[in-house]
Write a protein that binds this ligand. Structure first.
Ligand SMILES: *Cc1c(COP(=O)(O)O)cnc(C)c1O
Length: 334
């Protein structure tokens, strides 16, 4: 029986066609720069995001860390959201491995950072302070999409304050699809972007860091140091190429499934949908959540145990599955 796993868009299985592309990929040693499939992926992604260069990495955590280490030196500072992945969920890598001080500030409700609050934490050039060097945003942020107007303001702000700009764009394609724009419209505002191939795009492994040639050259050295130099990585890169060719436009289905689920659950008086989904994520609070989770598990529906429960739709969740989930909730609360 099918498992309906709603915890994350990282739980997806590669499709048969994706596996075929992986098996058939021509391979070489990518640490020598000789894997043709990795090279195709890197060129493709650089072109898609309208930047000079891109580099394949094992994970978006590593892409973000490499971005921090490539922009900042020991004693520099990066400014990021208090609950940003690159600050909160990456084991403190920037501080531990990069000697880079984080300066977190609280995200606004819409997933943005208030630029007045950012300005207030930029340090003066004085021996007492770390050197504010980099500003990091996240898009989508908990499923929320940053507006293009805001991104333009951020770019002007960063130029004025001489900060570099990094986007944790693990889910940048969800944002682009939602806004019905070319992803370049988002990426052009940033110096570097990380993207994840193994979230909504459905590849089993892999991420990218994208930027100018000089920065990506530095990034290659950091990736090697961090143990991210992979040899015949074209097998994985092929999944990424396949995902970019076939799994971007379909993200719209994940978004409509999330909305459909939110509507279905909102009809249930025992469930509070905290915010209507903009993309593929919704958050709910459900009565007796700790009993709901094992009940659903018996029905092969996997829900996060967190009481402020994040639900994520993805390529392995169909609209029929959404009906199944809504019915299972209703049955539990009958
Ligand atoms: C998942 C995620 C990452 C890290 O990606 P991994 O490939 O799991 O290391 C980074 N940023 C955001 C916003 C994410 O959601």
């Amino acid at each position: 029986m099918k498992i309906i796993d709603l915890r994350s868009d990282t739980v997806t299985q590669p499709t048969e066609q994706m596996k075929k592309a992986m098996i058939e990929a021509p391979l070489g040693d990518d640490v020598y720069g000789e894997d043709p499939t990795v090279n195709i992926l890197e060129t493709k992604v650089a072109t898609l995001l309208s930047k000079e260069a891109a580099m394949f990495t094992p994970s978006c955590t590593q892409s973000n860390l490499i971005a921090l280490m490539s922009h900042c030196q020991r004693g520099d500072e990066y400014i990021a959201g208090q609950s940003a992945h690159s600050y909160l969920y990456e084991a403190g890598g920037g501080a531990v491995l990069g000697s880079i001080q984080p300066q977190p500030i609280i995200f606004e409700d819409d997933g943005s950072l208030d630029l007045d609050k950012v300005a207030a934490v930029i340090k003066p050039q004085d021996v007492h302070f770390a050197n504010s060097r980099l500003l990091c945003l996240e898009n989508t942020m908990s499923g929320k999409v940053l507006s293009l107007e805001y991104l333009q303001q951020v770019k002007a702000f960063a130029d004025k304050h001489k900060l570099s700009l990094h986007l944790d764009g693990a889910r940048i394609f969800n944002a682009a699809v939602k806004l019905e724009i070319d992803v370049k419209e988002i990426s052009k505002n940033f110096d570097t972007i990380s993207i994840c191939l193994s979230k909504g795009l459905g590849a089993p492994v892999g991420a990218m860091i994208i930027g100018n040639k000089e920065l990506i050259n530095k990034a290659r050295a950091w990736r090697k140091m961090l143990g991210g130099g992979m040899r015949q990585a074209g097998m994985l890169a092929a999944a990424g190429i396949y995902a970019l060719d076939h799994h971007v436009e379909r993200l719209v289905d994940d978004h409509s499934n999330a909305t459909f689920l939110a509507e279905g659950l909102a009809n249930n008086p025992s469930v509070t949908v905290l915010e209507n989904p903009q993309t593929n994520m919704l958050f709910i609070e459900a009565n007796n959540h700790d009993q709901l989770v094992p009940f659903l598990k018996q029905k092969n529906i996997i829900l996060s145990a967190d009481p402020k429960c994040r639900i994520v739709t993805h390529i392995d969740i169909s609209t029929d599955d959404i009906y199944t989930v809504i019915n299972a909730f209703n049955e539990f609360y009958e």
